[in-house]
Design a protein around this ligand. Structure first.
Ligand code: 5RP
Length: 226
């Protein structure tokens, strides 16, 4: 089965788990796209659901599908957030943000009673690392912020668009993709080191947020891990 087909199955399966009158946080990314697609279908068939979106992309998809979008600024909690991940380990620690939305995604997950992570099996790793971890930084004095990160031993690149212009997040900030060439022995420590640098908004490390994981395997099986 193709990876795309697996993402679709996992996203659709997650949408089947949504119950009437839930207030749901919509994640961002290609797997979340399928979740939202199926949620819209269920809404059109009569499911009562209200949503908030973690990105402009998910917001537009939900809006075009007619979903009841609430203003997250006026809410203190959500029932459930459904979102993808780039890597997840056995302790449910994650790296997120390949889609550039991790700051809002983390806020949304942390205000949710539960976070359901939707992934294909390639996202499950023994140890996090050997990949980039996005760090959102303020444009103000960005050169100095990056210099501080480099002095602390981090190497990375400012994210750019296909036309080489700087990538700007939905929060109007920059993303510095820090590359970790090896496995990360303490993701928590790396997060702490990065977050204390002035100008850093947040990292793509997620801890103690994922509750259930819906995993799509390449043989077509879908498994929920508690
Ligand atoms: C966006 C994210 C995504 O959830 C993550 O990148 C996974 O995306 P996909 O489902 O497309 O693989 O963190 O900021």
């Amino acid at each position: 089965m193709s990876r795309e087909e697996i993402k679709k199955r996992v996203g659709y399966k997650a949408a089947e788990l949504i119950e009437n009158n839930m207030l749901v946080g919509l994640g961002t990314g290609s797997t979340a796209f399928y979740f939202i697609e199926r949620l819209i279908q269920r809404f059109q068939q009569g499911l009562q659901v209200e949503v908030v979106a973690s990105s402009q992309q998910s917001f537009m998809q939900a809006k075009q599908g007619g979903l009841n979008l609430l203003d997250i600024d006026r809410l203190s909690s959500l029932d459930l957030t459904v979102d993808g991940a780039d890597q997840i380990d056995s302790q449910k620690r994650m790296i997120k943000g390949a889609g550039g939305a991790h700051v809002r995604e983390k806020i949304m997950a942390s205000m949710s009673r539960e976070m359901l992570v939707i992934i294909d099996e390639s996202k499950m790793v023994k140890e996090l690392g050997k990949t980039k971890v996005p760090v959102e930084i303020l444009p103000f004095a960005a050169t100095a912020t990056i210099h501080h990160m480099e002095q602390a031993g981090y190497k990375g690149l400012l994210r750019t668009n296909a036309d080489q212009s700087l990538y700007i997040t939905d929060n109007q900030n920059y993303l510095f993709d820090v590359y970790f060439p090896t496995f990360i022995s303490s993701p928590e420590q790396e997060h702490q080191k990065l977050i204390q640098i002035p100008g850093v908004i947040d990292t793509g490390f997620f801890f103690n947020l994922a509750k259930q994981i819906l995993i799509g395997f390449f043989d077509g099986q879908i498994v929920i891990k508690q």
